[in-house]
Write a protein of this length. Structure first.
Length: 934
């Protein structure tokens, strides 16, 4: 029976039921089948006449429409003259769906599996009861989980017939222009990265005289497209998109070609960004509606379309070579969407790679495009890393200020930076190309970093300042500081879960659990008695349980979800004994296996020891064989193991001896072990286990292939490495050194990640990683040591300036020339902290960390205008009990110098800066965030 026949029969039964005055029949609800009456207006007219005849006898008549069409709307208007009509949105039918699913679903499996199926059905339903009905019916016939997934993801046969009728409605539009407009709307609705608002879609279509887009969508799109309650233009259901994009039926009337549609969307997005009036519109807060979407999505449509086609490349190259790309960066910075630049970089790099694979072609534009696309792919990620904070604070800086600071061989410098050289000239840069240091995290003064971790979209740095722990959280894409967490005691260890959502910090007296997304502390427990320090923390049970190995060899657990669990619970105590059956000292390090069922301990003067935990049972010990070329070392090295880690898949252990030897060992096969001399003190494994990175006390960072410990990459930089880790995609390395952290993106790691020989984060990574050893990738980069600047001061009337460094050196410099001479060199190597010039520019006062104050006179050396002479004046010490020197200041009319000391200033003036009064030379003005005084 057809839906229309069913409706007629129902009306017939209703008519006679009312004629018999059945008191119990007071309400009629006609559901989704009404929407299927859109074909055949003559039948609807007859239906309307019957309702008009019956209406006076009915108490309530209500229609539920899931797909309103033009004909149904007209029918509603006519019926409204005789009966009361209302509308119920499909979003309110979840309870009905749930009731139907529980009633009809009959599939094998446990309760949890069935709940997951119900959740997925509701998630994919999108208000479409027909899809729910067909999906449930198909799931009931499934016997495997794969079949269930296919039933949820594939287009049901019954839906295809419905979509065929909807497509027929579009194709039978009498006006050809209406058909074209409908297909354009369908193209945007199916291929956009997110649902567009009505205003955005109107701008995307070009505002070509559209009277009312709401009505146009309802009249022309056959029900494929709807406007949801948030005003977004979306497909009526996910299967509708699948039908339009993957039509296998040769007789299907409408199909959306994904590649050609993405080409058109790319052109429209780029056209919006290249519009010459857009910048002026932005300045007047009249930005076009589509601008935000174009900013975040043009490169995705480029990648999904025909990116290597000459006409598409011509548009792309024009965009990259013009001011339009700076406008795009500016808009992304205004939107706080700098991650867009990083994502775009990946897509552009992919396009460049596809062009290179084309080989010899007949199109010149394809050859010319490779270079410019590849260089901008590099520039974008470097710009975010090095200038992200500047862009966030001042998006306009991309036009004039940032390009001159970029390397001379970069695309942004050659196109825009060189033009600004007459206004802003940068000297002192030795690199013509971008180096491997992507960015640097500069922390607040006097903090000492100790750990860095990465998971999800988070980079977390642990630092301590006196008796307080600080946890700095950064975005792993834009490197912006997201938030700062304070643990009010010294923190020894932190650990992130795999998703980067939960952070555990182990302090001096308490352990705290934090949500990284909000910074909220969700749990506080007291540390075990005697306050043992943890050596290894590991999340289990999907992040619900924390397993920890402590220096007392006790394995403890902490529930992260049970509110009643308010303390660490001892799980087992492992008594390690030496060969002479005596208890040995505490382990120097430990590592819990990925599954949480084994643990490895490292010792001083004792072999590495591995235990199973369930139940506790000793497995093996490891004595590393000495290097065969070094005869001065005994046959077996006992030494001291300072760090160990488990391979994520193979069950093997990698570790470091204090002597700097890196080893790999299989606890179940003593013969399967190798070692190399790395000179390192810290190590970290990539997430897939194919790479191991090491860092040492002189700033050297090395990357090895875990298969045979062959060296793939190394760099040398200043300051000892205190901790390091890989990024989640293994493209980058993070480390912390003293008061700062680094992000390194070596080309070697990027090439490995992009190479087909590089494993794709799966359990086969260990065997496949052997291919890394075959690649000739060993590259070395040296970063010359630079003395950190601590203070800078310039003359007010002459082109001289001075700066002090961390190593106790103060330099006299001249604008345009650079260094002229050394102003001061301290044998104590105390950092220079304060430098100030007198008003006449002839005297300089220099103060260091120890409280020593020196006075220097600057004068010309004879008639030589380019030579300066420094005369050493008096010096004296500020006693340490008086406090730290906060500022130096010369009197405006005399050679007296003022010294601001912490102990003299009032306690409520901690951050005040002083200047001389502009008209009263014997007065000072102090400026601070809380107080102003004179």
């Amino acid at each position: 029976m057809s839906v229309l026949d069913f409706a007629k029969d129902l009306l017939y039964d209703l008519k006679y039921a009312k004629d018999e005055s059945a008191p119990e029949l007071e309400e009629l609800r006609m559901g989704e089948f009404i929407a299927e009456l859109s074909n055949g207006s003559q039948s609807l007219q007859k239906l309307n006449e019957q309702f008009r005849h019956i209406a006076p006898k009915l108490q309530i008549v209500s229609f539920y429409e899931t797909r309103p069409t033009k004909i149904l709307k007209k029918t509603q208007i006519k019926l409204a003259k005789h009966v009361h009509l209302g509308t119920i949105r499909t979003e309110g039918s979840q309870d009905d769906f749930l009731r139907y699913i529980h009633q009809e679903l009959d599939v094998a499996g446990d309760d949890l599996f069935k709940e997951q199926i119900v959740s997925k059905i509701l998630e994919r339903a999108r208000g479409n009861f027909l899809w729910v009905h067909l999906a449930v019916r198909r799931i009931n016939k499934c016997h495997t989980k794969i079949d269930v997934d296919n039933a949820l993801n594939d287009l049901p046969a019954g839906m295809e017939a419905l979509y065929d009728r909807m497509a027929y409605f579009i194709q039978t539009q009498p006006n050809v222009n209406d058909q074209i407009l409908a297909e354009n709307i369908l193209g945007w609705a199916t291929c956009t990265q997110r649902p567009l608002s009505v205003e955005e879609l109107s701008d995307a279509l070009g505002n070509e005289g559209l009277l009312e887009l709401h009505r146009t969508i309802g009249d022309l799109c056959g029900g494929f497209v709807v406007i949801d309650k948030e005003g977004k233009v979306a497909m009526v259901h996910a299967t509708a998109r699948e039908y339009l994009l993957h039509g296998d039926n040769e007789d299907q009337r409408i199909t959306i070609d994904k590649r050609s549609t993405n080409n058109e969307l790319f052109k429209r997005c780029i056209g919006r960004l290249m519009d010459p009036v857009v910048r002026n519109q932005i300045m007047r807060n009249l930005a076009p509606a589509l601008l935000e979407y174009a900013t975040t999505s043009w490169f995705i449509h480029l990648s999904n379309g025909s990116a290597t086609r000459p006409d598409i490349l011509e548009i792309l190259v024009k965009f990259l070579r013009g001011q339009h790309i700076l406008l795009w960066i500016n808009v992304a910075a205004r939107m706080k969407q700098l991650k867009t630049l990083v994502v775009a970089s990946r897509h552009l790099a992919d396009v460049a790679l596809r062009l290179q694979k084309l080989g010899e072609t007949e199109f010149l534009v394809q050859h010319q495009a490779v270079g410019i696309i590849a260089r901008w792919a590099t520039d974008l990620v470097k710009i975010v890393g090095k200038f992200g904070n500047n862009l966030s604070l001042n998006p306009e800086s991309i036009y004039k200020l940032i390009p001159p600071f970029c390397p001379e061989d970069s695309a942004i410098y050659q196109q825009f930076g060189s033009k600004e050289s007459k206004i802003l000239r940068i000297s002192g840069s030795a690199n013509n190309n971008w180096d491997d240091c992507l960015t640097r995290f500069l922390l607040e003064q006097k903090v000492q970093t100790s750990a860095i971790h990465a998971a999800g979209s988070q980079i977390v740095i642990l630092a301590n300042k006196q008796t307080t722990g600080f946890i700095f959280i950064y975005n792993s894409v834009t490197f912006e500081e997201v938030r700062r967490i304070t643990h009010p005691e010294r923190v020894f260890k932190i650990q992130l879960d795999n998703m980067g959502d939960v952070l555990v910090s182990y302090g001096y007296t308490t352990t705290r659990v934090w949500k990284t997304t909000t910074g909220e502390c969700v749990k506080i427990v007291n540390n075990p008695i005697k306050r043992p320090r943890p050596q290894s923390l590991h999340f289990l049970q999907g992040g619900k349980l924390l397993l920890a190995a402590f220096e007392d060899r006790v394995i403890r657990t902490l529930s992260l979800v049970d509110d009643k669990s308010v303390e660490w619970e001892a799980r087992s105590h492992l008594d390690e004994k030496s060969e002479d059956d005596t208890i040995i000292s505490a382990p120097t390090c430990s590592a819990i296996s990925p599954g949480g069922d084994m643990i490895a301990f490292g010792y001083r003067a004792h072999p590495v020891s591995v235990w199973e935990l369930n139940p506790p049972m000793h497995v093996a010990k490891f004595n590393m064989a000495s290097h065969e070329t070094d005869k001065t070392i005994q046959e077996y090295i006992v030494g001291e193991v300072i760090q160990i880690a488990w391979h994520p898949f193979s069950g093997e252990i990698l570790g470091l001896h204090r002597e700097g030897r890196l080893f790999r060992w299989n606890p179940y096969d003593d013969d399967d072990s190798i070692n190399v001399n790395s000179g390192a003190y810290h190590l970290s494994l990539s997430r897939d286990g194919s790479l191991v990175a090491t860092g040492d006390t002189v700033g050297a960072l090395k990357v090895y292939a875990t298969a045979d410990l062959s060296l793939l990459y190394q760099l040398s930089s200043q300051d000892p490495i205190l901790h390091l880790c890989f990024s989640t995609d293994s493209r980058r390395l993070y480390d912390v050194r003293g008061t700062y952290g680094n992000v390194w993106e070596p080309g070697t790691l990027v090439r490995l990640a992009d190479s087909s020989e590089y494993p794709d984060h799966n359990s086969d990574a260990w065997s496949e990683s052997e291919s890394l050893a075959k690649l000739s990738l060993h590259t070395q980069q040296y970063f010359p040591r630079t003395d950190n600047l601590t203070t800078l001061a310039g003359q007010s009337i002459r082109p001289l300036y001075c700066y002090g460094t961390d190593d106790g050196i103060a330099f006299l410099c001249e604008v345009g020339r650079g260094k002229v001479c050394e102003l001061e060199r301290l044998t104590s190597y105390m950092p220079i902290e304060q430098i100030v010039w007198s008003e006449d520019g002839e005297v300089v006062a220099v103060a260091d960390l120890s409280g020593r104050l020196a006075i220097k006179m600057i004068e010309k050396a004879g008639d030589d205008l380019e030579t300066w002479h420094v005369k050493h004046g008096s010096h004296f010490m500020v006693p340490s009990q008086n406090g730290h020197i906060r500022q130096l200041l010369f009197h405006t009319t005399s050679r007296r110098v003022g010294v601001m000391i912490e102990s003299v200033l009032p306690s409520n003036m901690p951050e005040v800066k002083w200047i001389c009064h502009p008209t009263l030379p014997n007065y000072l003005l102090g400026f601070g965030s809380q107080l102003r005084s004179n």
